[in-house]
Design a binder for this molecule. Structure first.
Ligand SMILES: [Mg+2]
Length: 149
């Protein structure tokens, strides 16, 4: 199973996005990657902890914010989980991702999409997104290459 660890703010949003609104362009690029690779999504965004919008948990939140997209089915159908939230100062997002991988045997290739870089020990899997632009076609080419090699 190939996995995309997905941050949301700064990845599926860009500088023109309103609060709690995802970019249709970024969602479309993500859906295209999913169609081409068959990769699954694990949510690593702080959205997974809940507390945004009317949804009390990340599944409801994601459904709500992706619902308007024409690619909603492709994206929601690919989500298989979320990384654990480990609230300790020394725990990076990369370590939370590492926990998920340890708990879920069968991960083959994986990429981390995030506008932050606290991904130790998996920095080499990070495709760092420019939060002003959100996910771009150029990022998609890098992601496709990583998921195919
Ligand atoms: Mg972010």
């Amino acid at each position: 199973m190939d996995i995309i660890f997905l941050d949301i703010d700064g990845v599926l949003t860009d500088q023109w996005s309103d609060v709690n609104q995802l970019s249709p362009r970024c969602l479309s690029i993500l859906a295209d990657i999913l169609r081409k690779t068959g990769a699954k999504i694990v949510i690593s965004s702080t959205w997974r902890i809940g507390g945004i919008g009317p949804g009390s948990d990340w599944q409801k939140a994601i459904q709500l914010w992706v619902a308007d997209s024409q690619d909603a089915d492709v994206i929601l159908g690919a989500v298989v989980g979320a990384t654990p939230d480990i609230d300790a100062p020394e725990v990076t997002r990369g370590k939370e991702i590492n926990w998920w991988i340890s708990d879920n045997p069968g991960v083959n290739r994986f990429v981390i999409l995030d506008d932050e870089d606290d991904m130790d020990p998996h920095l080499d899997h990070l495709v760092q997104i420019d939060a002003n632009k959100g996910l771009t076609d150029t990022d998609a080419m890098i992601i496709l290459k990583q998921l195919r090699d």
